[in-house]
Design a protein around this ligand. Structure first.
Ligand code: DP6
Length: 333
C-alpha cells in the first residue's frame, strides 16, 4: 500500500491585478486574468493522512476545528481529490499558518494550495503544476496562484468555449528575478464580515463592474510589462489604481461591501507622503482593511520602520518573493 500521508508547505500571494468576480462560481472560473507576487513569509503547512479507520474527515486548523462552512469547503476539496484518485477513504487533515490566523490575510490561497498538493500526493496522484493549479483553483480561486512560485499570472480563459482545464496559473518570473518586498501592514485582526466568495458574487451588481472588465485586459498587460521591466514606478502606479478599484466595486455593489476603513486610509496617506519625500513605495489592498506596501529590498526596512510608527498599526510583516508549493518531510502529526 502506498504511503497515504503527505505534508506540504505553500506561500500566500498578493495580487497586483485582482481576481474579483467569477464567470462560473462553482468551478471558480474568473472573469479576468490576474497577476500576483508569492509571499515567502506567509506560509501554510498542511499534513493529510488517508486513514481507513476514520468514518468522517477530521480537520484541524491551528488548534481548533473550523466552523461548519469552512469545514465543508475542505471536505469538498478532499472529495474532488478522492474522485480523481478513485478513493473512498476519509482523511485526517491538520493545518497551521505561520502568520496570525484571523488577521484577514490571504490564508485561503496558501491553505488550499497546501491542501491540494498534500492530499493529491497522499492519495497517490502525481499531478503537474498546471493540474495542481486547476484543482487548487476550485477550492479557492487565489490558491491557483499559490501553486507556482515567484511572480505569477492566472489565465482566466474567458472564451465561450473555454473549459476549466484552461484556467490555471503559471510563473512569469522566478523569485530571484526581482527582489521586491511586500511590507504587510496589519491594522485589524478581525475576520472580515463578507467573505471573498460572496464578494465575487456581489461584484456583478456594481453598475461599474462591466466598465472595469473592459479596462482590465489593457491594465493587466501594462502591469505585466512593468513587472518584467522591473519598473516599480510604472507597476506601482497601476497597482494602486487597481487596489482602489477593487474597493470601489465592493462599495458600489448592491448591497455595498465596506472593506475600506479609516485605519487603512491612514496607512495609504502615510505611504503617499513618504513617496512625495522620495521613498519609492506603493500600496495595494486585499478584500480586507490591511495594507500591502510594495517596495524594493533596499527600502523595505525604512518602510517597515515607518509603518510601525503609524497609530493604529498592530503588526508589520515584511515579506520577500516566495517559491512554489512543495512537499516537506516533517509531518504535523
Ligand atoms: C481580493 O480567492 O479568496 O484577494 O475563490 O471565493 O476563495 P474564493 O476567493 P479568494 O478571492 C481573492 C480576492 C482578492 C483578490 C485576489 O487575490 O486576486
Amino acid at each position: 500500500m502506498p504511503d497515504r500521508k503527505a505534508t506540504c508547505c505553500a506561500n500566500a500571494n498578493i495580487a497586483f491585478i485582482k481576481y474579483w468576480g467569477n464567470r462560473d462560481a462553482r468551478l471558480r472560473m474568473p472573469l479576468n486574468d490576474s497577476l500576483s507576487m508569492t509571499l515567502a513569509e506567509l506560509m501554510t503547512e498542511t499534513t493529510v493522512l488517508f486513514d481507513e479507520a476514520l468514518n468522517e474527515d477530521q480537520i484541524v486548523v491551528g488548534e481548533t476545528e473550523p466552523a461548519e462552512a469552512a469545514r465543508a469547503r475542505v471536505v469538498t476539496q478532499l472529495d474532488r481529490i478522492r474522485a480523481e484518485a478513485k478513493l473512498q477513504t476519509k482523511a485526517r487533515v491538520m493545518s497551521r499558518n505561520n502568520f496570525p490566523t484571523g488577521a484577514g490575510l490571504a490564508s485561503s490561497a496558501s491553505a488550499f494550495a497546501a491542501l491540494t498538493l498534500a492530499a493529491t500526493h497522499a492519495a497517490g496522484l502525481e499531478l503537474s503544476e498546471r493540474g495542481l493549479s486547476i484543482l487548487a483553483r476550485q477550492g479557492s480561486g487565489s490558491a491557483a496562484r499559490s501553486i507556482p512560485g515567484g511572480f505569477v499570472e492566472w489565465l482566466a480563459a474567458t472564451n465561450t468555449t473555454s473549459t476549466s482545464e484552461q484556467s490555471f496559473a503559471r510563473v512569469i518570473a522566478a523569485p530571484d528575478f526581482w527582489d521586491l518586498r511586500d511590507v504587510v501592514v496589519v491594522v485589524s485582526h478581525d475576520e472580515k464580515k463578507v467573505g471573498s466568495s460572496d464578494g465575487h458574487q456581489a461584484a456583478m451588481t456594481s453598475p461599474f463592474f462591466s466598465e472595469r472588465l473592459n479596462r482590465l485586459p489593457e491594465r493587466f498587460h501594462r502591469a505585466r510589462r512593468a513587472l518584467l521591466a522591473r519598473d516599480l514606478n510604472a507597476l506601482g502606479t497601476i497597482i494602486e489604481i487597481e487596489a482602489v478599484e477593487l474597493h470601489f466595486i465592493a462599495m458600489t455593489s448592491r448591497p455595498p461591501i465596506f472593506y475600506w476603513s479609516p485605519e487603512m486610509v491612514r496607512v495609504i496617506d502615510a505611504a503617499r507622503a513618504w513617496r512625495e519625500s522620495g521613498l519609492p513605495v506603493y500600496f495595494t489592498l486585499d478584500a480586507g482593511p490591511n495594507v500591502h506596501l510594495i517596495c524594493e529590498a533596499k527600502d523595505a526596512e525604512t518602510v517597515a520602520g515607518n509603518a510601525r510608527q503609524i497609530p493604529g498599526v498592530l503588526e508589520v510583516i515584511p515579506s520577500g518573493v516566495g517559491g512554489p508549493v512543495h512537499l516537506v518531510e516533517n509531518h504535523l502529526f
